[in-house]
Design a protein around this ligand. Structure first.
Ligand SMILES: [Zn+2]
Ligand SMILES: [Zn+2]
Length: 819
């Protein structure tokens, strides 16, 4: 073995030898299954550090559970559809979705996606992920597309999907409907404009009352359908139920009382427009107001805006303000910060537009109940889901006016407009390309128009758990869905992926999708801020791996922070992990000098295995601590506390094994072959190294494999990743031996400190060491200090003249030289 640990060499060797098939899930196995609903990442081509952290967690669990005797499925899928790829294709090819045919455009999207998937797969392999590649799925492939469309058919027939004209969130730039979850909020500078409204009709002349209304969106004046005030607001008692005239457009609107008006905002009077925001939609429904849509799908003013038609929203706002001002209807303006809903993709402020869309029914109670049935790690993230569910104002809009997505398997009869849903045998289908075989059930017409809209990509990815479990939708088969064991995911997609997955699983199977959800945090840059190109605080896992290896990166992922909390990337953690690898390497090198010929039979012959009576105290001490380590690491792994597990392993290897134990037993190990003291030490050291290789296997798979390959020559399993998790040997837990061993280690440390403080070489013998204690195994102290040790049972008086050390309450007298 070389002196320096070289990660390229070791990791390269085991990458080359790696065999995918050992991670294949065997459905016919007798072992209990442990299925992981792995996130299917969006194939951007960049497997970034946040992904890497998430996948490290998954791999820690997958490897651990396999060793615990579960039949683990760690599948990998790719969630391909959606806007970002469309945008990228337009960018790369200098084209637009309007310039080439839908088919051509989709093919370009697929090409780009395939290339990106290959890149990301390379990174997953390099990181040592124990993925079952035989279970790979790609949502743009026909097999998965069929699955998505099948789920649509089932839910449509079950009355859970419907088409309706309803206000939806709309991005005028992307020209598509979007779901609540795709709306982000940003603070923007805006003006609050105080406009003058007057009493309508006859009252306008009779009593000259002017009402000021403050609004940030004067361009929506044409869409104003009502005005509202708070019922307790004394200022406006006289106008309640009366009518006002909208400035410029001069149509009349009624004044309503409504509890949700904030009397403190503006003048306490609000315009209700169709639609300025979600509150407008609520009021519109509540008071059964008319619809006056003044903004179209491309963000242009409609005929309703009369003189302002065809202007953009911004242009219209400018123009209306000028016109109001000219008419003396603009009282004043003040700057405010406004929380604006924007498109997640392009940051364009969204509009709320009423259009015909497809919706999935959101049954809030069912989802909340399911969320309570699922175990959340950490627990508090369940609240985030609950708050989200409570905040939803309308159903999940699933139709998108885009191209790269699963087509909605629906036609419309050209004669009568009746909806025709594709049959199960017809899917996957692109209804734009084909026609149904059966005529229209309503009018017998045979000409159809295919639905051009595609499905929201969350309609694909919300099925991953059912897909992984191999669930077939076939209720008549009598096979009920069994929730899979684990969903690992980031907290940024609780309101999307977690929410939609629960909704879909309940809708389709009446069961929760998974028993446990494990939420991971985000990776922050060294400066403590979210990583972003503009801050130039990003770190690519690729770069870290090139410099320090995958095992070091994985150690950082384990120890960087508790699961669920955001983890700050710090180079000092990487350096520490790298140093630990070298330390472990030194331990292994030293151990193999003594253990290369290690044979178990010695103990059988000598009767060691019957009990530990022949073991030396220090060896019992190590084994007791080792078994405690197994207990604590196992407990941490069961509770996803990877940071705790890794810290405990490091502390044991570094402090107990390397710094104390090896120093104490060196002499015995170098002793005569067959000596009981030597064999006892070899036994303990072998146990420790082998156990470490097993406990480390989930975290540092390459290194652990190297360690195991050296130490476990005679084992049945040749790979640590097929080995069993280390069992605790209860008879090795020995608090007496631990106390005695601690004292021995403390004394040796104290003597070494004593020597180094006085410039005495560590190997130089002293005169004598007196230890004032009833009994103690002194052999290893003598060896490690090269000095004779005398036990003094009469603890009340100090026998000899020398330097007195207090070692945790035990008196130790050092006589430098014996006269
Ligand atoms: Zn957009
Ligand atoms: Zn028809």
């Amino acid at each position: 073995m070389k002196k320096a640990y070289e990660h390229e060499e070791i990791e390269g060797k085991w990458l080359e030898k790696s065999d995918d098939s050992i991670y294949y899930f065997d459905a016919s196995s007798d072992k209990p299954p442990y299925i992981i609903d792995t996130p299917p990442p969006y194939p951007t081509g960049d497997f970034h550090i946040g992904n890497a952290l998430n996948w490290c967690y998954i791999d820690f669990i997958a490897r651990y559970k396999r060793m615990r005797g579960y039949e683990v499925m760690f599948p990998q899928g790719w969630d391909c559809h959606g806007l970002p790829t469309e945008v990228k294709v337009e960018e790369i090819h200098g084209t637009s979705r309007h310039k080439i045919s839908t088919q051509e455009f989709r093919e370009l999207c697929r090409q780009l996606t395939r290339g990106n998937i290959e890149q990301m797969k390379g990174m997953m392999r390099r990181l040592g992920m124990s993925i079952d590649w035989s279970k790979e799925y790609v949502t743009m492939d026909d097999r998965y597309k069929r699955y998505t469309q099948l789920s649509f058919l089932k839910m449509y027939r079950g009355g859970l999907i419907y088409q309706a004209e309803h206000p939806v969130n709309w991005c005028p730039r992307c020209e598509t409907a979007i779901a609540f979850a795709e709306v982000e909020y940003e603070d923007r500078d805006a003006y609050l404009n105080y406009l003058l409204f007057e009493r309508a009709g006859a009252e306008k002349e009779a009593e000259h009352v002017e009402i000021e209304i403050a609004t940030t969106r004067p361009e929506l004046l044409a869409s104003c359908v009502a005005v509202a005030v708070h019922p307790d607001d004394e200022r406006y008692k006289t106008i309640v139920e009366k009518k006002l005239e909208v400035p410029i457009f001069e149509h009349n609107v009624k004044v309503y009382e409504d509890e949700s008006v904030d009397p403190e905002f503006g003048t306490g009077v609000v315009m209700i427009c169709t639609f300025g925001d979600r509150q407008d939609v609520r009021w519109w429904k509540l008071h059964n107001l008319p619809l006056r849509a003044s903004i179209d799908e491309r963000g242009r003013m409609t005929e309703v805006a009369r003189g302002y038609v065809k202007l953009s929203v911004e242009e219209c706002k400018q123009k209306i303000i000028e016109d109001l001002d000219a008419k003396g209807l603009l009282k004043r303006r003040e700057g405010i910060k406004q929380n604006v809903g924007v498109c997640w993709r392009c940051k364009t402020p969204i509009e709320i537009i009423s259009t015909k869309q497809w919706f999935v029914r959101v049954k809030k109670e069912e989802i909340l109940n399911a969320a309570r049935e699922i175990k959340w790690y950490p627990e508090h993230f369940r609240i985030r889901l609950e708050n989200w569910v409570e905040s939803m104002d309308w159903d999940w809009c699933i139709s998108r006016q885009r191209i790269f997505g699963v087509p909605i398997p629906v036609w419309y009869c050209k004669q009568c407009g009746t909806v025709k849903i594709a049959g199960e045998e017809e899917i996957p289908v692109d209804p734009v390309m084909t026609s149904p075989e059966e005529p229209c059930v309503n009018c017998g017409g045979t000409e159809f128009e295919g639905e051009k809209d595609v499905l929201d990509t969350w309609m694909d990815s919300s099925l991953t758990a059912l897909w992984a479990a191999g669930w077939s939708f076939n209720a008549s088969s009598g096979i009920e869905y069994e929730p899979v064991e684990l969903r690992p995911q980031g907290h940024d997609i609780i309101r999307t992926w977690a929410f939609y997955s629960i909704l879909r699983s309940i809708a389709l199977t009446k069961k929760i999708p998974w028993r446990t959800i494990l939420i991971n945090g985000m990776v922050l840059g060294e400066d403590g801020y979210k990583m972003s190109k503009s801050r130039s605080n990003t770190v690519s896992p690729d770069y870290v791996i090139q410099k320090h290896g995958a095992d070091v990166f994985r150690q950082w992922a384990a120890i960087g922070g508790a699961v669920g909390s955001d983890v700050q990337f710090q180079w000092k953690d990487i350096v520490a992990a790298s140093k630990f690898m070298q330390k472990l390497w030194n331990i292994l090198r030293f151990a193999m000098i003594h253990l290369s010929d290690y044979e178990k039979p010695f103990f059988k012959k000598e009767g060691f295995t019957k009990g530990k009576s022949n073991l030396r105290v220090v060896d019992k001490w190590l084994l007791s601590k080792l078994n405690k380590l197994i207990l604590s690491v196992t407990d941490s792994m069961e509770n996803f506390k990877f940071d705790e597990a890794m810290k405990d392993i490091r502390a044991f290897a570094w402090n107990v094994l390397a710094d104390d134990y090896i120093e104490l037993v060196k002499s015995r190990l170098y002793g005569r072959s067959g000596d009981e003291g030597k064999e006892s030490a070899k036994y303990a050291l072998h146990e420790a190294i082998k156990t470490l290789s097993i406990l480390l296997a989930p975290f540092v798979p390459f290194y652990a494999e190297e360690m195991y390959s050296q130490i476990a020559k005679g084992e049945r399993e040749m790979s640590v990743h097929k080995a069993k998790w280390q069992e605790v040997k209860p008879d090795m837990l020995d608090s007496e031996a631990e106390n005695e061993g601690d004292l021995i280690a403390d004394i040796v440390r104290a003597v070494r400190r004593y020597k180094s403080e006085r410039g005495i070489p560590l190997s130089a013998p002293l005169g004598k060491i007196e230890v004032y204690v009833e009994s103690l195994d002194t052999e290893d102290i003598e060896n490690a200090t090269a000095t004779k040790v005398e036990l003094c049972k009469n603890m009340s008086e100090i026998k000899s003249e020398g330097d007195i050390l207090d070692v945790n309450g035990t008196k130790v007298v050092i006589i430098k030289e014996v006269k």
